[in-house]
Write a protein that binds this ligand. Structure first.
Ligand code: GCB
Length: 588
């Protein structure tokens, strides 16, 4: 059962690791790299690729950027002799879309879905005290039954091309870190922690899988790493109470948001520590009803953004400078939340959300869900299982989003999403399920299964272009209709307008910075009217930053609905949003 052992590698007194991040060899299967270095009009790109990164924007060739099919990543690495007595594992943070991993010519694992971690034990295939080879065949073909869905076409030059309806560039490659690490023969395989707060008592319900029958100890450490609780030789599951725990609060709602405790499991054999794993968690009580959504008993109003993992050159590749820059900008804006539109984000980002107190609506990678076949349904459920296993212990994750803009006008969408949502709830009863819905309320078939209704609406952009004065009333009415139909909390999960930075117009005209601000201020009026009702629980603008999309004539160098440019410089709208979000933060 490979997918349960998904705990990321964490440094500890016992576990050792080697990073395989770096420069790998790279080959496209249907296109050969040139022999001659002395010609132009040939592909002079290096047969090398950085990991982690998407491969698409690294080279100079359209054929690489738009490649459809399998590519091979390969490299060598050393394993120390001293690891001979250990179990050894390999873990990929994500490969888009599918991966076949071969080490020393032995196949070790296949995995097919992007944006989610997978690992495999590789103890028996390694050459200890010597060199090893790894080859990863990465395929980016999407079909009717992959999550997300896509298709392929043939171009006039005979090349295969990808086609997809979702509005972000279909980046591919080994886009997150690759780590090889050790455990002892007996090791901590999985930890599940659920917290509850009753008056001044914090309750931790835990379930720990340790392979082997040794003594297992649990320590609970506070943020300063002081021990607040210790138990020796615990059962695999149990309950721990902590008096007056520090609560986990969202950003700007408390002077110390994002308070994290550590749940440490030590495994001891013959008085020797043989494994130690530290899992962070937070005490926060999540409740929701037909009227509202509460953290630690207080109603939450989501003020935030839709985002993408996207930047130039590296595409969706993990980029630590970008991650910290983005979080400085998110804090500058005063957001308390974002949605991981439209796929699970990198674990390093999720760690920051836990630490900083950012509320995450965690979206499975299902976009524009259509056709609703049985294979698709199975893959959709599997995607959610993998996401749940990866992120179940994160206090930042306060809701699951089961899809972005699924085709909910079709009757088949009803039973399909009923099953997806019931599957989510069977795994996790502690978090609400939502979706970002594009179809109008009157044709929707899935809202009755959701806990929170999210809708995406582009008034005065795709709908009623230019009609700024119609925005406020239409949004107020639509939100009320959603609430009337389903009697659930409602939020706007997307609204916005494409804006070319530096384009100014008086009077205001679409694509200008003034137009983006005009749209926003009309939406703000609607939100302020709706905020009188407890059931209206939030606003997420589309998008935090401009991002790359497929090549289409409605996109000029990508989607420009960012309030920041792709380079993370502000459009004038960023200042407007900042003013509103900080005013909201202070008024709540
Ligand atoms: C949407 C989609 C998002 C697009 C956005 C747009 O509704 O959810 O993926 O980027 O509209 O700008 O068209």
């Amino acid at each position: 059962d490979i997918m349960r052992r998904i705990l990321p590698h964490k440094p500890s007194a016992i576990r050792e690791s080697i990073s395989l991040d770096g420069i790998w060899n790279f080959a496209l299967h249907n296109i050969s790299f040139p022999q001659s270095q002395h010609k132009i009009n040939v592909n002079l790109d290096l047969p090398l690729i950085p990991v982690p990164s998407s491969y698409n924007d690294i080279g100079t060739q359209r054929s690489t950027r738009d490649y459809a099919g399998a590519v091979t990543y390969s490299r060598t690495f050393f394993i120390p002799k001293s690891w001979e007595t250990k179990r050894v594992w390999i873990r990929f943070g994500s490969v888009c879309y599918s991966a076949d991993v071969v080490i020393n010519n032995i196949h070790v694992i296949s995995h097919s879905i992007g944006h989610l971690a997978f690992n495999a034990e590789i103890t028996s295939v390694l050459n200890y005290g010597g060199e090893n080879t790894i080859k990863v065949v990465v395929d980016n073909i999407l079909t009717d039954s992959t999550i997300p869905q896509g298709e392929t076409t043939i171009l006039s030059n005979g090349m295969l091309a990808r086609a997809y309806s979702f509005d972000f560039f279909d980046y591919a490659g080994i886009d997150r870190s690759v780590t090889i690490y050790t455990t002892s023969e007996s090791y901590v395989d999985d930890i599940t922690i659920i917290t509850k707060v009753n008056d001044s008592i914090g309750i931790i319900k835990y379930n720990v899988t340790v392979l082997g029958h040794q003594q297992k100890n649990i320590l609970i450490l506070d943020q300063n790493k002081s021990i607040v609780y210790a138990v020796a030789n615990f059962w695999p599951e149990g309950e721990i109470s902590i008096e007056n725990p520090h609560l986990w609060w969202p950003y700007a709602m408390h002077e110390n948001p994002g308070y994290l405790y550590t749940f440490r499991v030590d495994v001891i054999e013959n008085d020797q520590l043989i494994d130690s794993y530290e899992q962070t968690f937070g005490f926060r009580d999540l409740t929701w009803d037909n009227e509202s959504f509460y953290i630690n008993g207080k109603p939450i109003y989501f003020r935030g953004v839709g985002r993408h993992e996207d930047s130039d050159i590296r595409g969706k590749g993990t980029d630590l400078p970008l991650f910290i820059k983005d979080h400085n900008l998110l804090r500058w804006l005063g957001v308390n939340s974002y949605r991981t539109s439209h796929y699970p984000y990198c674990e390093e980002l999720m760690d920051l959300a836990d630490q900083l107190g950012i509320l995450i609506i965690n979206e499975v990678p299902s976009v524009n869900t259509d056709l609703f076949g049985d294979d698709l349904l199975e893959n959709h459920k599997k995607a959610f299982t993998e996401l749940y296993n990866r992120d179940k212990n994160r206090p930042s994750v306060v809701a699951w989003s089961c899809a972005n803009e699924p085709r909910t006008q079709y009757p088949e969408s009803g039973p399909y999403f009923q099953e997806v949502i019931e599957h989510m709830k069977s795994l996790d009863a502690t978090r609400p399920v939502t979706a970002a819905i594009a179809q109008p309320y009157n044709v929707d078939n899935i809202g009755q299964y959701l806990d929170i209704i999210g809708f995406n609406r582009y008034e005065a952009w795709y709908d009623n272009t230019g009609d700024l004065d119609g925005i406020t009333e239409r949004i107020v009415i639509e939100a009320q209709e959603w609430h009337n139909k389903y009697n659930k909390p409602v939020m706007v999960t997307e609204y916005g307008a494409d804006t070319l930075e530096g384009l100014h117009t008086l009077p205001t005209f679409i694509w200008s910075e003034e137009y983006q601000q005009s749209v926003m201020s009309r939406y703000f009026k609607a939100f302020d009217i709706l905020r009188q009702f407890n059931w209206f629980i939030g606003e997420h603008i589309w998008n935090f930053a401009d991002f790359k999309t497929a090549e289409t004539y409605v996109r000029v160098g990508g989607n420009k609905k960012g309030i920041f440019t792709r380079n993370r410089q502000p459009k004038s709208s960023a200042f407007l949003l900042r003013k509103r979000y900080w005013a909201l933060a202070k008024s709540l």
